[in-house]
Write a protein that binds this ligand. Structure first.
Ligand code: SAM
Length: 308
């Protein structure tokens, strides 16, 4: 079937990103009755489109993303609709300045849908996927300076090992770091598949029995390090909670335990200071029907809290 589609049509097909747990988010964040909605990870606007269906005519959607290309796509989608919106290229860790520039002092909803979109994952040029040959990049913001290539080819063996251990929780971090340093002495490791092969060659046979690809955790670790994901998450959450209006709600979808731990601890910290009420005592996970429809949602965890 694919050979009947032009390159652009194939790309557009891939541009679709399933809005993870959108029904739960709409209900728990009470999107229908909220005025100022800040989508901190606007992506391809799949959540935004769902919100647009039910937002009040005087509600205002603000979409933030680090990725300029994604914002162009979402702009095309939203301008066809009758909603008030602004899109801002930026890091959610800068949310206070972003909202100030828009003349906003408090918002009623903050949504964080963490990680990368299908658009970023499936574009080989972005270098996020070990199954697609592409440059070793992994920058969400293509204007930023440090890429996965820089880390893999310049960090010391010890630094690589600690990134793989800390951000990938990779049991074989030392072996992989050692092999990468050996390989890069012959020639730089410059593509995703070259890195994936090097990782595979470093792993013991037992890992091939596991369900996940042996390169999964190392790629995750590098992506987190390149984009400083955990550091900016904590800053972004702190700022969002401070900027939340009374009775406003914050929702965060995370996809791995490192992120979820930060969300859980931050909510608890503000709860103990009497600033936040935790709505989801345990994280909400996608229904079996959703996982069937979108397998990528299976590790998603949603936590919601309300400002006091
Ligand atoms: C999982 S996607 C979001 C998908 C979106 N909810 C949708 O429905 O299309 C995550 C998005 O967050 C963006 N992102 C990740 N970290 C960010 C940060 N610190 N600041 C701004 N955007 C970020 C990524 O570029 C990506 O587009």
């Amino acid at each position: 079937m694919n050979q009947l589609l032009s390159k652009n049509e194939i790309k557009m097909k891939e541009v679709f990103h399933y809005p993870v747990m959108h029904r739960e988010i709409i209900e728990l964040l009470d999107i229908k009755n909220k005025k100022i909605i800040v989508d901190c990870t606007a992506g391809l606007g799949s959540h935004a489109l769902k919100f647009a269906d039910i937002m009040q005519p005087d509600s205002y959607y603000i979409g933030i993303d680090k990725d300029e290309e994604s914002l162009k796509i979402i702009n095309d989608k939203l301008k066809a609709l009758n909603i008030k919106f602004s899109l801002v290229k930026g890091n959610f860790a800068d949310m206070d300045n972003i909202l100030k520039n828009l003349g906003i002092s408090k918002a009623d909803v903050f949504l964080f849908d963490l990680g990368i979109s299908m658009y970023q994952l499936t574009d080989p040029e972005r270098g996020f996927s070990f199954t697609r040959e592409g440059p070793l990049d992994m920058r969400m913001d293509r204007a930023s300076f440090i890429s996965a290539y820089d880390l893999v080819n310049n960090l010391s063996e010890f630094e690589l090992e600690s990134i793989f251990r800390k951000f990938g929780e990779e049991k074989y971090a030392r072996r992989v770091a050692h092999v990468l340093v050996e390989k890069r002495q012959k020639e730089p490791i410059s593509s995703t598949t070259q890195l994936a092969q090097a990782i595979v060659s470093a792993m013991p046979h037992i890992v091939f029995k596991y369900k996940i690809h042996p390169a999964t955790r190392i790629f995750q670790a590098l992506r987190i390090a390149v984009n400083r994901e955990l550091e900016v998450l904590k800053t972004g959450l702190d700022k969002a909670i401070n900027l939340l209006a009374c009775r406003g709600r914050i929702g965060v979808i995370s996809f791995h335990s490192l992120e979820d731990r930060i969300v859980k601890q931050t909510f608890k910290e503000f709860d103990s200071r009497g600033m936040l009420k935790i709505i989801t005592k345990k994280p909400i996970t996608p229904s079996p029907e959703e996982v069937k429809e979108n397998i990528a949602s299976r590790s998603g965890k949603l936590r919601v809290a309300e400002k006091m």
